[in-house]
Design a protein around this ligand. Structure first.
Ligand SMILES: C[S@@+](CC[C@H](N)C(=O)[O-])C[C@H]1O[C@@H](n2cnc3c(N)ncnc32)[C@H](O)[C@@H]1O
Length: 286
């Protein structure tokens, strides 16, 4: 029997027993991280037993620690990012919104589009846009100093300091010098209603930073309302906004934009599981 596969099978059984939702994928990703390869490259690893680090990682995952905090890495679109305690782990549902922004920027008849990412966390969205929409210049705003350190490290690791400028600031008031000039504003702000605190899984509640989850107030929409106001201030006429929300907030977030003056083409958009996930709109050109 292949030793590597044998140990991954044992680890998978332990994680399944502990109630981990994707035990096989997590056991493989931990194995890949220990060997310094991607999960899809595990077959290239020599057939050898794992060292103690693997079983320590499995034990931490059994205890409920997020996979990406144990491996120190997260994948987002084409990027491998450094993450850990103190920064929000980027989620697959956000990749779809980033993809919408990249397509919109590529189709835009503007030479060097100006983009603002509000609440950048690991800089996942800002860096994806910089790498996939090569003419875009991105300003990324983050108020949490710990997340700011992670974002700085990721921007430096990808050598994108020239194209992604990071600002330690509150997105309600940030970047006044860019008012009326920005082509696209994007944000995945905190949006979990405080009233749902007890229903949030412990591995999210106890490990993702509080500022990344709870800035939405009782109904979860306070930060989204702030993003709407900031986008209206920053965008040039005809500029675009995209904001993420939970799968249950599509109707409310639609009205945050539709009710306010000056928005056109307000649209609910869906994620890969076909659930409402983000709203896009365009500032009126007149
Ligand atoms: C849900 S996380 C999203 C992080 C990243 N954009 C992503 O999609 O992975 C929200 C981020 O917004 C930051 N944040 C929350 N309120 C903010 C504010 N008022 N000003 C600036 N950043 C804020 C949090 O610290 C956190 O990093």
């Amino acid at each position: 029997m292949n030793l590597l596969l044998d140990e991954i099978a044992r680890a998978t059984a332990r994680l399944a027993e502990a109630g981990v939702a994707s035990p096989r994928a997590d056991a493989e990703e931990l194995a890949a991280a220990v060997h310094g390869v991607k999960r899809s490259e595990l077959h290239t690893v020599a057939d050898a037993a794992f060292d103690a680090r693997y079983w320590e990682g499995i034990a931490r995952r059994e205890a409920g620690e997020p996979l990406q905090h144990i491996t120190g890495r997260a994948f987002f679109r084409y990027l491998e990012l450094r993450v850990g305690p103190g920064v929000f782990v980027p989620r697959p549902e956000t990749e779809v919104m980033a993809g919408w922004a990249i397509d919109t920027l590529r189709a835009m008849d503007v030479n060097d589009p100006l983009v603002v990412d509000l609440g950048t966390g690991s800089a996942a969205i800002a860096l994806s846009i910089a790498q996939e929409a090569p003419r875009a210049r991105v300003h990324a705003v983050e108020k949490d100093p710990k997340a700011f350190v992670h974002a700085t490290r990721n921007i430096d690791a990808l050598d994108e300091r020239g194209r992604v400028r990071l600002h330690l600031d509150d997105f309600a008031t940030a970047l006044a010098e860019l008012d009326g000039t920005v082509d696209l504003v994007i944000s995945n702000p905190p949006y979990i209603p405080m009233s749902e605190w007890e229903y949030v899984p412990p591995d999210v509640r106890d490990h993702d930073p509080a500022d990344a989850l709870w800035g939405g107030g009782d109904d979860g929409l306070d930060a989204i309302r702030a993003v709407e106001r900031t986008a209206r201030r920053l965008l040039r006429p005809g500029g675009y906004v995209a904001v993420e929300h939970s799968d249950l907030q599509g109707n409310e977030v639609y009205w945050v934009f539709a009710e306010e003056h000056g928005w056109r083409d307000v649209r609910n958009r869906r994620d890969l599981t076909d659930r409402d996930r983000f709203v896009t709109a365009r500032l009126a050109a007149d």
